[in-house]
Design a protein around this ligand. Structure first.
Ligand code: PHE
Length: 334
């Protein structure tokens, strides 16, 4: 019995030295000091020993019990203190700066364009991306057999329902329900079946429309020139080049002096020195017929610009697809 108590002591102390957390310490307590522990059963059996052995064994067992208890309490206190230290917060450490998000470059350009026109009194209006053939084509003077429909590479949903190919249908929707004066600016997504370095199947346009009494081509030129100067800087040269759209007459495309080569001629401007940035024109009287405006009384102009194109020119980006690859290395630059 004496031997066993000595062995037990050695075993218990050895295992106690290996303990590093409170969970293991609790297991230790149960194994060596608990009600079902070997030491407890030794103590219980002392009564059955021959009377002359009882005092010595009893003393040894009690000494062991006291030692284990003491060691247990000490270690418990140490481990609890260590646990608390771990939770201590060092307020002198420099903070970890949270990653700050920002607008996508396309959103930034849309906001800039809308702000420039808002300040001139244009109201921001949006329309549906899934559009009726009527608003996207028909009421813009593009009938079913019109060749301009081929230029647009439309995604059709049904025969009469499509993904809008431009933001011009919003003009019709607004004129249908409002009388002049109308001055609106309409940002939004548009869709065309096209994909290469300068085309994505989804891209953004901003449409503008101003209809009132006595609106002239001079107003169109003045407002769009002001826009270019606000957007690209007041020294940017602007040129109006005759063009064609079924819903405007006369029509003009607006070019700015190449921002890359300053008009000298480079790859970006195909060595012309000019970059096209938007389409525009005086609203065709045919369109007024669809919305019930009197062309004798009212006149106005409309324009539409591709946002990705403007962003590419402003930031010097050569591949339009970069806007939609969600590459952080690209996006972080803005
Ligand atoms: N909707 C035309 C396009 O997508 C742009 C445009 C808008 C032209 C308004 C004239 C007037 O190409």
């Amino acid at each position: 019995m004496k031997e066993r108590i000595k062995e037990l002591e050695k075993e218990a102390i050895e295992s106690l030295r290996k303990i590093t957390d409170l969970k293991d310490l609790e297991e230790f307590r149960i194994k060596y000091l608990g009600k079902k522990s070997e030491l407890t059963s030794i103590m219980k059996s002392i009564g059955k020993l021959p009377p002359q052995e009882r005092p010595e064994i009893g003393k040894l067992a009690n000494q062991l019990r006291e030692r284990l208890k003491r060691e247990y309490e000490e270690l418990k206190e140490r481990l609890e203190k260590k646990g608390k230290e771990k939770r201590f917060i060092d307020i002198t450490l420099p903070g970890r700066a949270p990653l700050r998000g920002h607008f996508h470059p396309i959103t930034t350009i849309i906001n800039e364009v809308c702000e420039i026109f808002s300040k001139m009194g244009f109201r921001i209006v949006t329309g549906p991306e899934i559009e009726l053939d009527y608003y996207n084509f028909e009421a813009l003077n593009i009938p079913k057999d019109h060749p301009a429909r081929d230029m647009q590479d439309t995604f059709y949903i049904t025969e009469n329902l499509l993904l809008r190919t431009h933001t011009s249908p919003i003009q019709v929707r607004v004129m249908e329900v409002e009388r002049p004066p109308v001055a609106i600016i309409c940002p939004g997504k548009v869709y065309r079946r096209d994909s290469d370095v300068s085309h994505t199947p989804m891209f953004h346009q901003v449409e503008g429309l101003l209809v009132d009494k006595d609106v002239s081509f001079g107003d169109l030129k003045g407002i769009l020139t002001l826009f270019v100067h606000k957007m690209f800087g007041k020294d940017t040269k602007v040129r109006f080049r005759p063009s064609f759209f079924p819903f405007t007459e006369p029509s003009a495309e607006v070019d700015i002096e190449c921002v890359i080569c300053k008009g000298k001629g480079c790859r970006t401007c195909s060595f012309t020195g000019w970059l096209e940035i938007l389409g525009s024109g005086m609203v065709d009287p045919e369109v007024y017929k669809f919305v019930g405006y009197d062309p004798e009384l009212y006149s106005g102009f409309a324009f539409g610009m591709g946002i990705e194109r403007i962003a590419m020119l402003k930031y010097g980006i050569e591949d339009i697809q970069l806007f939609y690859r969600n590459e952080m290395r690209f996006l972080r630059q803005f």
